[in-house]
Each structure stands twice: as structure tokens, then as C-alpha cells.
Ligand binder design. Sequence first.
Ligand code: AR6
Length: 177
Amino acid sequence: MRPTGGPLLSAVHGDITEEAVDAIVNAANTRLARGGGVDNAIHEAAGDADLRAACAELGGCETGDAKATQGFALPARFIIHTVGPVWSGGDRGEDDLLASCYRRCLEVADQLGARSVAFPAISTGVYGFPPERAAAIAVHILRTVPTAVQAVHLVAFDAATYRLYQQLLDDAPHAPG
Ligand code: AR6
């Protein structure tokens, strides 16, 4: 059951750096050093020098944890950097660590007063987490953890991930054909 007043979840197909929300989530690494994928796109769009300097002050981030910076040149006011697990077969606590990412991001969003948050598909790129399993964990945590966040955008960069989110949120188009 979704707690009363829980966030409205919606699937978005596109680039998270364009999301006009209070906070976007970055799929970062433990050093909070600029990497590839969504991390690279966020550094590019936020302004590399500003974001590098802000990340350097945070002193890294544990896998499963989350820490915030300003959004700088982004439409979003904040960036919540979280570090997903590297997939290594599923027996190394990967599910719990990924769940922890979503939970910690909501906690940090609440501390920031953010009411709208956009998430990428954490760990499903370079880190190799199976997308379907990751999407189910994401939706479960976002539907069950109490938060003051009112709107969550699950941003899929590719069509397959977008379809996964649509199916899980049961908002797939029902038009025949
Ligand atoms: N907007 C939304 N989603 C995106 C974008 C974008 N602009 N670009 C990529 N994605 P990944 P990870 C999707 O690899 O697996 C970095 O080097 C992408 O298609 O960015 O958590 C970090 O520094 C995929 O679905 O993150 C770490 O070292 C999802 O974002 C490492 O990669 C996550 O893919 C983290 O790996």
C-alpha cells in the first residue's frame, strides 16, 4: 500500500538534466568524481567547474548513501548524488544497496525541502544492474517509504527502461493497435 500523501510517480523518457524539478538524482561513484553516463551529462549541464568543486567538498559517498550539492546551471535547484552498487551476480547485497540509494535520496530530498525529484535508473548502466530488477526495487521503495516529496519522475534514457517503468506504474497507453 502506498502511504497516504505519498509521491505521485510518473515515467519520463528523456534527459534528466532537462528536468525542471527541485532536485535531480545523479548516479555517481564513491569518489564523487566525474564519470560517464548520466554523471557526465549532469556535470556538463550543471557546469563542470562548479560541480567538481562542490563534490570535492563532500569527501566521497558510500555505496547506498546520498549527498547533495547545488544544481548550479541546471533547471533543478539541487543535485542528490547517490552511489549504486556494482552488479556482481546478486549475492553481494546489491538489492539492499540499491533500495538504500532510493531511500537515502528521499531522506536527503526531505532535508532539502525538495517536493519534486527526478531519478535516473541508478546502477543499470556502467554498473550492470539488471534493469527490470532495478526498476521493481525503485518503484517499491518510492511507493512505500514515507516522504514529503510529492512528485517523483522516473527518467528513462532508453525506450526499454521507459516501457519497464510504464508497466510497473500501470500507466501504459491502452489504445488498441
Ligand atoms: N538522463 C537520464 N538518464 C541517463 C542519461 C541522461 N542524460 N544518461 C545516461 N542515462 P550510468 P550507473 C541512464 O552508467 O550504472 C558513471 O561513470 C543510462 O542509460 O550513468 O549507476 C559514474 O561516475 C542508464 O539507464 O550509471 C559511476 O562511475 C542510467 O542512466 C558509474 O557510471 C544509469 O547509467 C555509475 O554507473
